[in-house]
Design a binder for this molecule. Structure first.
Ligand SMILES: C[S@@+](CC[C@H](N)C(=O)[O-])C[C@H]1O[C@@H](n2cnc3c(N)ncnc32)[C@H](O)[C@@H]1O
Length: 280
């Protein structure tokens, strides 16, 4: 007997005027997987329609990280970075339910989010346009997960980082095309295409970084020089999709948590407070 969701997907597909037979076929295995995750039928159908719309972007590559089975997450990373600077000052871009923000141990915390959480109800662009200081010891970027925005957030963060300070970026490791796709398809666990910034950092003599294979990918970076700049590879990267990441993945400095902790320790202490610091 045909599974009930095939009929539901086909009905909603007809209503949206898409190729429902093809859509039902592409989605039958995906839907099985997602029903186990207790997503609502509305969500499944909405995603099915979008998968059909963007089916020509589909890529079969897969990184089989099981994030739930790795016992470190972004909170461990941020608190480790802050532990290098007693009484540190912290900025988080994108706070949502304050899951991370409330767990961070810092003397002063600023959280920027236009919708909820944090301390400043505005976009990161508006924040960086109006912020007057002081500089931060650690900045965590987790706002709008699209390449151009992550790039602007990193640029703003580097301008407001104390010498020796750290920037971390969340959701840098999509496991498949569906988690990565821009415009967003996946409702939960969407990483977007911020990963493109990692390839720009590879080309930068000014910035040292590691990509931690924990919690959907956490990139940790620090500047090697004053006034670091991010190389602009947008001509190559703007239209790149998940396949580019999959094919060039081996170039990235990926590490587990322990190796990252050793690297952080090697880099030396935290940031320096001897400047009030507008930028490095
Ligand atoms: C993935 S959630 C953040 C989760 C949080 N950092 C944590 O670890 O618990 C992403 C948040 O970014 C916010 N956001 C979206 N666009 C933004 C922007 N332009 N500037 C700042 N935040 C943004 C969203 O409102 C959402 O709350």
């Amino acid at each position: 007997m045909e599974p009930f969701w095939s009929a539901a997907v086909a009905r909603s597909g007809r209503a949206a005027g898409v190729d429902c037979v093809r859509m039902a076929r592409i989605w039958s295995d995906e839907i099985m997987r997602r029903r186990k995750k207790k997503l609502s039928l509305n969500t499944i159908i909405r995603e099915a329609i979008l998968v059909n719309r963007y089916r020509f972007h589909r890529h079969d590559g897969l990184f089989d990280y099981e994030w739930d089975e790795i016992n470190y997450n972004r909170k461990a990373v941020v608190n480790r970075l802050l532990s290098l600077t007693p009484d540190g000052e912290y900025l988080e871009i994108g706070c949502a339910g304050n899951d991370l923000f409330d767990a961070v141990m810092a003397r002063r915390k600023i959280g920027v989010d236009p919708v909820r959480g944090g301390t400043h109800r505005m976009t990161s662009d508006a924040f960086f346009a109006s912020y007057k200081g002081p500089a931060f010891d650690v900045v965590f970027i987790d706002g709008l997960h699209i390449y151009e925005q992550v790039r602007r957030d990193l640029d703003g963060a580097l301008r407001w980082l104390r010498p020796g300070g750290w920037v971390a970026i969340h959701d840098m490791l999509p496991r498949d095309w569906f988690e990565e796709h821009v415009p967003q398809i996946r409702t939960r666990g969407w990483t977007g295409d911020g990963w493109k910034v990692a390839f720009e950092l590879l080309a930068s003599p000014d910035i040292d970084f590691r990509l931690l294979t924990i919690d959907h990918g956490v990139l940790v970076a620090r500047a090697r020089t004053a006034n670091p700049s991010i190389p602009d590879l947008s001509a190559t990267l703007a239209n790149a999709r998940f396949g580019y990441l999959h094919e060039h993945f081996a170039l990235l400095p990926t590490v587990g948590y322990d190796a990252a902790a050793a690297w952080i320790a090697e880099c030396g202490g935290g940031s320096s407070r001897n400047t009030s610091g507008s930028g490095i």
